[in-house]
Design a protein around this ligand. Structure first.
Ligand code: SF4
Ligand code: SF4
Length: 376
């Protein structure tokens, strides 16, 4: 039986065979430099309703906790669709790029397991391992930075010079040792650039590498489970799920966005999932959870849950003055089983009524609706 060791060159070959774009290793020492920053971020309340981001910083910064037998950690990045920014069709809402195709969790885990099984076959040894993508109590970006995949930009995302930031991150923890004594570091910096800070529609980038998630459209449309305050309804703008603004303005992504889609896994192609736009009327007409699960089977959009996605769709209909949505908003306001959906549908009708929709106004008169939404 051979010893369980691998070189960076061999790892990159194995990763490439699985369609994984970037690959490197790091050791298992705690991510000490991240502990204080995470502690400060949590204390400021920036995590909002994300209980999983409120875990003790020491836990989120200690890879070895996840697999005591581990000898090293692999960090990988996989590109998702990188087409130029598209014009939004009227009556639709925008979806963040990472969610255009199939759910990355299952796609990436299968590829990572294949990578490990291939190495096991070559080594003639069983590997003790765990694979992760996103759903891991660990600071993935800090791991990727230490592994030399890139640097963390002012928008708090990992940027790999020459590749950009439009990728998923994934990890393998395993009892395999690294042969290389020195690993490359991909250095970089934002320099004097501050485009993401200036372009963020909600001023959510409150300091270098610091996002107030409570203001971030990605958090609001995906992770927030409760009713939107008035400013939140307006803040999400055209985004029905996620937000790409701080990546689309980033100079490190310009070349790839201009060039169009380079290599990416077929599962992440827009044809495999929700795509870049959702028709708001179609979403607002989904009346039960079973129909929602069927519509978004294998899609990351399931994360928002039906009630969350309909809440978002109602707000986008109001923000984009999508009068075409009035009939289905009336139906949602009258008969949806969720109070949150009814409330947001009524508010959207009120906004559309103010913008001139007679049908919306007639309905609101009929139900004697008075908009008392407060911007608490
Ligand atoms: S995802 Fe959107 S809202 Fe969030 S920080 Fe980036 S630009 Fe701002
Ligand atoms: S837009 Fe500029 S400041 Fe923001 S992450 Fe990209 S390079 Fe850094």
């Amino acid at each position: 039986m051979q010893s369980k060791k691998i070189s960076l060159t061999r790892l990159k070959e194995l990763a490439k065979a699985q369609g994984l774009t970037l690959a490197s290793f790091t050791g298992l020492a705690p991510l000490e430099s991240s502990v204080k920053a995470l502690n400060d971020w949590q204390r400021a309340g920036y995590a909002g309703e994300m209980a999983y981001m409120q875990r003790a910083p020491e836990l989120l910064c200690t890879p070895q906790n996840l697999l005591p037998e581990a000898r090293s950690m692999v960090s990988l990045a996989v590109l998702y669709e990188q087409q130029a920014v598209l014009e939004r069709p009227h009556g639709s809402g925008r979806v963040a790029r990472y969610a255009w195709g199939n759910d990355y969790h299952s796609v990436l885990k299968a590829r990572l397991v294949n990578l490990v099984r291939t190495l096991e076959a070559q080594m003639g040894a069983l590997i003790t391992f765990k694979v992760f993508s996103d759903a891991v109590p660990l600071l993935e970006r800090a791991v990727a930075e230490r592994a030399g995949l890139g640097f963390i930009g002012k928008n708090s995302l990992l940027i790999s010079p020459g590749t950009g930031s439009l990728f998923f991150l994934a990890e393998v923890l395993w009892d395999v040792e690294i042969e290389d004594s020195v690993l490359p570091v991909l250095a970089g910096t934002c320099g004097t650039c501050s485009r993401c800070i200036e372009a963020c529609p909600t001023a959510a980038i409150v300091a270098d590498k610091t996002i107030d998630a409570r203001r971030c459209i990605s958090y609001l449309t995906i992770e927030k489970r409760t009713e939107f305050k008035l400013w939140e309804r307006r803040a999400i703008g055209e985004w029905v799920f996620g937000c790409d603004v701080c990546q689309e303005v980033c100079p490190f992504n310009h070349a790839t966005l201009k060039r169009g889609a380079p290599q990416h896994l077929a599962e992440f192609d827009r044809s495999q999932g929700a795509g870049p736009f959702l028709e708001l009327s179609e979403i607002l007409a989904i009346r039960d959870d079973a129909a929602f699960r069927k519509r978004f089977e294998k899609s990351p959009l399931l994360r928002a849950k039906r009630r969350g996605l309909l809440r978002n769709a109602a707000c986008v209909a109001a923000n984009t003055l999508a009068e075409v949505c009035v009939p289905v908003l009336i139906d949602a306001a009258s008969s949806d089983s969720e109070e949150m959906v009814r409330t947001h549908a009524l508010w959207a009708l009120s906004e559309l009524g103010k913008a001139g929709s007679r049908v919306a106004t007639q309905y609101l008169d009929k139900v004697q609706f008075h908009d008392d939404t407060e911007d608490a």
